[in-house]
Design a protein around this ligand. Structure first.
Ligand SMILES: [Zn+2]
Ligand SMILES: [Zn+2]
Length: 346
């Protein structure tokens, strides 16, 4: 079943037609476990990287920082996924690990699941995702002239002194290129020897882009309009109780990995993001979602998995990525795409 989201419980522009002026499309990416190639849009898949271009490295010294080796993190994921996929004998909720698996997981967690230390040598960046404009309609608003492929890499450690809005998550690098320019692929994609957390290491996922319409986080709207929306919500709650939709969670902002659309500020209230080079207000490009949210937005295929106890239920979704409590977002300058992007968390 192709992942798609249900129709909204109602069209918010019927009671509030003035919201039409704020409508923006977003492309939900719906990453799902798979085996992407360099020719596919993906999370955690190989990048279309030319053989004659140096792979980027992190310039920050992470010497002594502790983390986990990627192969160890992947082994952990494989054990958990295999156990979740087994049928269960009872309803206790116990995951049916074998004794050997439980012993190995205990060794990985109890004896410190951060056993590895980085020796300070330059870290190759980790390939996080790539998106072809042809696959992701809302990406078309962003590419610098002559490019049609966005590649996202990150250093899987925190503690960088870069132009990010918040010094919290991994340091990201955005690389735009023209896919047709890549004639000879890099044969082996470098990978850092160690990552700070296994939640910074993506599982390979293919994408199922779906376009939706979004409306802004309330702080972007005029105060008198927000007051009327609040009063409308209160009246709806009185009539319908729990069945009443919320502007924030059901009718405006879609959860999940996405390109474009509006940015939510539900953890902090609105903090507008301005370009460090020219002062222009920046625009949301990419949202990296930590999973867990959803309400009426939960795609049909995920809802089906939740009712099927033999399927794995992954806390952070198929990508395995959790770079912030809810969202880690890349903002870019609409005035000049060569200006450095900024990251923000929610
Ligand atoms: Zn770094
Ligand atoms: Zn700028």
């Amino acid at each position: 079943m192709r992942p798609t989201t249900p129709y909204r419980p109602l069209d918010i522009t019927i009671p509030f037609p003035e919201l039409k002026a704020y409508a923006r499309t977003a492309t939900l990416l719906h990453p799902r476990s798979g085996a992407p190639t360099a020719g596919d849009s993906s999370v955690g898949g190989p990048l279309l990287w030319p053989a004659d271009e140096a792979w980027p490295v992190c310039g920050t010294d992470h010497g002594g920082a502790s983390g986990v080796r990627p192969e160890r993190a992947r082994r952990y994921e494989r054990i958990v996924a295999a156990a979740w996929a087994r049928p269960r004998a009872d309803d206790t909720g116990q995951v049916p690990y074998t004794e050997a698996e439980r012993a190995e997981l205990d060794e990985m967690t109890l004896s410190g699941y951060q056993p590895d230390r980085h020796d300070g040598s330059p870290l190759p960046l980790l390939a996080l995702a790539q998106f072809y404009v042809r696959d992701v309609p809302d990406l078309a608003a962003f590419p610098p002239p002559g490019t049609d492929l966005l590649q996202v890499l990150w250093c899987p450690f925190r503690g960088h002194d870069d132009a990010s809005l918040h010094d919290y998550g991994p340091s990201t690098r955005l690389r735009w290129r023209r896919a047709a320019d890549v004639t000879e692929l890099l044969s082996e994609q470098p990978e850092p020897a160690i990552v700070e957390r296994k939640e910074y290491l993506p599982n390979p996922c293919v994408l199922f882009p779906e376009r939706v319409v979004e409306y802004p986080f309330a702080d972007y709207l005029p105060g008198e309009l927000v007051e009327r929306i609040d009063a409308w919500e209160d009246a709806f709650q009185e009539r319908a109780g729990d069945a009443a939709p919320w502007y924030q969670y059901d009718l405006s902002l879609a959860p999940g990995w996405k390109i474009g659309g509006w940015d939510s500020w539900h953890r902090t209230d609105l903090m507008r993001v301005y370009c460090g080079a020219c002062g222009t207000e920046m625009r949301l490009l990419l949202t990296i979602d930590s999973g867990g949210g959803g309400r009426s937005w939960v795609p049909y295929d995920e809802a089906r998995d939740a009712r099927d106890p033999t399927r794995p239920v992954d806390l952070y979704g198929p990508t395995g990525i959790k770079a912030a409590r809810d969202e880690y977002r890349a903002f870019v300058c609409p005035a000049d795409p060569s200006h450095p992007h900024r990251m923000s968390t929610q």
